[in-house]
Design a protein around this ligand. Structure first.
Ligand SMILES: Cc1cc2nc3c(=O)[nH]c(=O)nc-3n(C[C@H](O)[C@H](O)[C@H](O)COP(=O)(O)OP(=O)(O)OC[C@H]3O[C@@H](n4cnc5c(N)ncnc54)[C@H](O)[C@@H]3O)c2cc1C
Length: 377
């Protein structure tokens, strides 16, 4: 059957499959795992990604999501609000939800499970079971540890120095995203399940990170939070069993495509979770790629359209890695003043971005009748 090969059934790969299907372009997704994980952890889906997902007909995916009205940045020691951002000023809500609910809704693609890609050339994909596919076009959506990326760049994931612990607490959560900033650490809380539960993410340094995600008690996490406000310590203490994982990064690479192989999402541009945009950018990538698919220069055009946007978002994320964890002092006070002084529209470039409007601005008349430039399996 004529299909495009997508490696990886994460949020990026599944969104790409759906967005291509919307344009009558078939694909097959090769996923290394035996099944899609029913991930209970939370995720923030900002309006720039939610708009794309809703346009793909996934509105029902957000039925159990919460819609926080604003985000508060607070100080670690006294819980004082540094700044409050209105998240309700966009035409599409800012959602907070379970990852599993989103993945479940995206699961409409043809997925071949247990297919771990181990080698890539411009002509072939090799799998751990010894099988080989010869797709015309490959979309590498295989995440941070991407094998497909090896065709385009020779870098390896590097440990960022940070670990993140995640837990869903069995308590009702207020309708807001709260971010506490403190020396070397930050902590994020937001509602999931219509606000019936609270998703907690704690990020801090670790010299000896776990090799793979592991379980840790809230009590053990508290050791790094001496002097933090009781409101924060109480939440961390409630995290019975949190999942702790090392956060890895990769340097930016000059190209995301080679021949008929293209990277999207974390495979192309992993982002540390300081501004909660990794999945959102994977969604933007996926729907942009699908919109380019009928152009003769699809992959190059996709990359040209995405570069500037991704660079800007990644720069903000990288800046967060330092600015979020400042020790108390002059620099921290200057940061807080700048945050407090930010105008209401300061996040519009990020959350108000709409992939569709990018294409309305482009002249697509020359491509309207072209057949898909993706070669098929
Ligand atoms: C603690 C934390 C909190 C976060 N919070 C947010 C948030 O609130 N909002 C947000 O937008 N982003 C958030 N992110 C980032 C987000 O999770 C990622 O950016 C996003 O999941 C990337 O999606 P992806 O589809 O590119 O890759 P992945 O989700 O990593 O999916 C890759 C898929 O490919 C498969 N795969 C890998 N290798 C192979 C192979 N060789 N062969 C076949 N299949 C393979 C994997 O099994 C997986 O299914 C967070 C990240 C972390 C760590």
């Amino acid at each position: 059957m004529d299909r495009i090969a997508i490696v990886g059934a994460g949020i990026g790969g599944l969104t790409a499959a759906l967005a291509l299907a919307r344009r009558d372009i078939e694909s097959v997704v090769f996923e290394q795992q035996a099944a899609l994980p029913d991930e209970g952890a939370g995720i923030q889906i900002s309006p720039n990604a939610a708009a794309e997902l809703r346009e793909l007909g996934l509105g029902a995916a957000f039925d159990t999501a919460a819609r926080p009205a604003h985000r508060e940045i607070r100080r670690w020691h006294d819980n004082a609000v540094i700044t409050r951002t209105d998240l309700g000023r966009y035409d599409v809500p800012y959602y907070t939800m379970r990852r599993g609910a989103l993945i479940g809704a995206l699961r409409r693609a043809v997925i071949q499970f247990g297919r771990r890609c181990v080698s890539v050339t411009e002509e072939s994909l090799g799998f751990a079971d010894g099988s080989v596919e010869h797709p015309g076009t490959v979309v590498g959506a295989d995440g941070l540890h991407s094998v497909v990326r090896g065709l385009v760049a020779q870098d390896r994931p590097r440990y960022s120095g940070f670990v993140a612990a995640r837990a869903v607490l069995p308590i009702a959560a207020p309708p807001r995203v709260t971010v506490w900033l403190g020396p070397q650490r930050h902590c994020v809380a937001y509602p999931v399940d219509h606000g019936r539960h609270l998703n907690l993410v704690v990020v801090g340094p670790a010299a000896d990170p776990p090799a793979r995600p592991t379980r840790v008690t809230g009590g053990a996490l508290l050791a790094g939070f001496d002097g933090w406000h009781p409101a924060v310590r109480e939440l961390i203490g409630l995290a019975g069993q949190a999942e702790l994982r090392a956060l890895h990064d990769r340097p930016p690479i000059p190209r995301w495509h080679r021949g008929r192989v293209v990277l999207i999402g974390d495979a192309a541009h992993p982002m540390l979770p300081f501004i909660s945009q990794g999945a959102a950018q994977a969604v933007e990538d996926a729907t942009t790629l699908a919109r380019c698919a009928r152009r003769p220069d699809a992959l190059a055009h996709f990359e040209a359209l995405r570069r500037h946007r991704v660079d800007e978002v990644a720069a903000l994320s990288r800046a967060g890695a330092r600015a979020f964890h400042l020790e108390d002092g002059d620099e921290q006070r200057a940061r807080d003043r700048a945050m407090a002084a930010a105008p209401p529209d300061s996040h519009d470039w990020l959350y108000g971005y709409r992939v569709a409007s990018l294409f309305r601005r482009c002249d697509t008349s020359s491509t309207r009748d072209a057949s898909p430039s993706f070669r098929k399996i």
